[in-house]
Design a protein around this ligand. Structure first.
Ligand code: SF4
Length: 355
């Protein structure tokens, strides 16, 4: 099975078919804080985010879409529960898509009004199932995954009965295996693009790893059209994690990679500090570049010779190298400065060669 689902458009950004997998995250601020949301969106876009989901809790949030959608080119997805009027308002105010639960949006006539408004503007609707809407006990991950798919089938039918087909589907569990099995089954059964992710995955490396357990096999099997790594961390961490995952799987190219050693008794420099500075500098660079940060010269340049650039710690100094060949040996601050300027030089060169 491969990706090749129905294509939907969010403000011209295509989702589904064989289009690139889109990265998305969700703002952790109230949507009515317009200036803060715009600042966050700018940072997230710089990091490589494609779609931004925003909660609509009240009238002010729905109203905020008017200014937000006029000031950013990022497709904004309005996330609405319980009040169909907020959905209508967000649609009228420029949302690029909405996420609803047809089961809690109110009576059928209210759902019909939302569907008609989305149809009129050509907006996709994301619908989904999560553990909250299902019974608690299952004998196996497979049985639970099947329950997700059956529940989703019913929701899809409601939308199709109203001739609405611009759907994006999600079936997120907090259990990676259930998530994997549910999406695999959904991929076989439905021709709609899939928003994949593990819900409530946790924080930091635990959340990223739990997400990877489900997402890596799915992505390797060609399943998934948009991805969110849900973390109990700032949205920028979700975007960086999603980029790193897609890059590691070879599904995006123009993202830099930092290879750095774990350090050991041979390390005589503050490698953790240096690695963090270099990592920060690489954020948002949209080029295929490999940079190595190694703790010692013994295994440093040799082990990292496939890196475009790198440095290896010595005794209170660093050797900066390019493709394994030494360039200069410098004290920490100067070495960092030199490496960062070389990264920028090479990044610009690569961009020029591409254009
Ligand atoms: S590169 Fe050097 S410092 Fe880093 S883990 Fe290997 S031997 Fe240790």
């Amino acid at each position: 099975m491969s990706r090749n689902k129905r294509v939907v458009s969010l403000k011209g950004k295509l989702l589904g078919g064989n289009n690139p997998i889109l990265i998305q995250t969700m703002a952790n601020l109230k949507t009515s804080r317009v200036e803060d949301i715009l600042r966050m969106d700018e940072d997230l876009t710089h990091l490589g985010n494609d779609l931004l989901r925003l909660s609509v809790l009240d009238e002010k949030d729905a109203e905020a879409f008017k200014i937000l959608s006029s000031k950013t080119s990022t497709p904004l997805i309005a996330d609405i529960h319980f009040n169909y009027l907020f959905a209508l308002k967000a649609i009228a105010n420029g949302a690029a898509a909405i996420r609803i639960n047809p089961g809690n949006i109110g009576s059928e006539d209210k759902l019909i009004k939302v569907i008609s408004a989305a149809k009129e503007k050509g907006l996709p609707i994301r619908i989904g199932v999560n553990s909250g809407s299902l019974p608690l006990k299952y004998v196996s991950a497979k049985e639970e995954a099947n329950a997700y798919v059956s529940a989703l089938k019913e929701v899809i039918k409601v939308m199709e009965d109203h001739d609405f087909y611009d759907l994006v589907l999600s079936l997120k569990s907090s259990d990676p295996e259930v998530t994997y099995q549910a999406y695999k089954k959904a991929d076989e059964l439905f021709n709609y693009p899939l928003h994949i992710g593990v819900t409530e995955a946790g924080e930091g490396y635990v959340g990223a790893l739990r997400s990877s357990v489900a997402l890596v096999p799915l992505l390797k099997e060609g399943i998934g059209d948009t991805i969110r790594i849900s973390l109990t961390d700032p949205p920028r961490d979700e975007v960086l994690a999603a980029r790193a995952l897609l890059k590691a799987l070879g599904l995006i190219q123009d993202v830099p990679v930092l290879v750095s050693c774990p350090t050991c008794g041979r390390t005589q420099v503050d490698l953790l500090k240096v690695s963090k500075i270099v990592s920060k500098h690489l954020e948002g660079l949209n080029v295929n570049l490999k940079v190595a940060v190694m703790g010692c010269p013994v295994n440093g340049p040799g082990e990292a010779k496939d890196a475009d650039l790198g440095l290896a710690g010595g005794v209170d100094s660093f050797l900066v190298f390019e493709h394994g060949k030494p360039l200069k040996s410098l004290p920490e601050e100067e070495a960092i400065r030199f490496l960062l300027s070389e990264i920028d030089r090479l990044a610009n060169l690569k961009k020029q060669q591409k254009n």
